[in-house]
Design a protein around this ligand. Structure first.
Ligand SMILES: Nc1ncnc2c1ncn2[C@@H]1O[C@H](COP(=O)(O)OP(=O)(O)O)[C@@H](O)[C@H]1O
Ligand SMILES: [Mg+2]
Length: 234
């Protein structure tokens, strides 16, 4: 469904990503792992044309995306939940979620608030609260709600578990798996938390200094204990 071939990315003169190839089937979830600075966020932003300059091929359902503007890519079905969550502080949670609906493809119905709450129960009691009144975990749930409300084909989550308490991380993992299983939404999840990534993905890519250094199943990954030491340990 999503095919990324030979993707390079640049910030000004800095060449950040080198010839990245990635495939994502419909309904599949892949984890993108790598140390701080490996290029995970740059990859997600390049797919959406939101910051870095990219070159290479990106195709969604066989149609090229590489030359399209950000809003077109969003309408075609890419949604990013950024690392810093970007909740609007003076809007209510319901209004924050509604903002995500602008990305919907023409004529394609967004999820209702009730449907969102069924997928993300933590959002239920928060709908009238203002953005600035939310804890970190609540912000993450609302950011995901805003990301999925337009029913994207590919949900990109940038280090969703980062900085959250373990009990919230468990709930977040359950919510992500509920969305995968009941909605069949495909996902790319960047993480440094191995356990969380394993629990929420079907297979993984490992990125180091802007290059894919491993791609395979979790079983293949477990057969290569050197990978953690070389590419993930601090
Ligand atoms: N806005 C930017 N301008 C210039 N360089 C950037 C910018 N954002 C990130 N970088 C650089 O790109 C590289 C990859 O960063 P990033 O994609 O944020 O890594 P990760 O998400 O894996 O931690 C790093 O060397 C970082 O310093
Ligand atoms: Mg990052």
């Amino acid at each position: 469904m999503l095919e990324v071939s030979h993707l390079d990315a640049f910030y000004g003169q800095s060449h950040i990503l080198h010839a990245i190839d990635l495939r994502l089937a419909a309904g599949e979830s892949v984890a993108l792992l790598g140390r701080n600075g490996a290029g995970k966020s740059t990859f997600l932003k390049t797919l959406l044309n939101a910051g870095p300059r990219g070159s290479g091929q990106i195709a969604l359902d066989g149609r090229p995306l590489s030359t399209e503007a950000t809003h077109v890519r969003a309408r075609r079905g890419l949604a990013l939940v950024p690392e810093d969550r970007r909740i609007f502080p003076k809007l209510t949670v319901a209004q924050n979620i509604e903002m995500g609906c602008h990305a919907a493809a023409d004529g394609k119905a967004c999820y209702s608030l009730d449907e969102i709450i069924a997928l993300l129960p933590m959002v239920g009691p928060l709908v009238d609260r203002l953005g600035y009144q939310l804890s970190g975990g609540q912000q993450q749930m609302v950011a995901i709600a805003r990301g999925i409300v337009s029913r994207p084909k590919v949900l990109m989550l940038d280090e969703p578990a980062e900085g959250l308490a373990p009990v919230i991380v468990d709930e977040l993992g359950d919510a992500i798996n509920r969305i995968r299983r009941s909605e069949g939404m495909a996902m790319i999840i960047t993480e440094q938390n191995l356990d969380f990534a394993r629990e929420t993905s079907d297979r993984l890519y490992l990125l180091d200094v802007g290059e894919v250094v491993f791609c395979g199943s979790w079983a293949d990954f477990d057969d290569r204990p050197d990978l953690v030491d070389r590419y993930l340990a601090l």
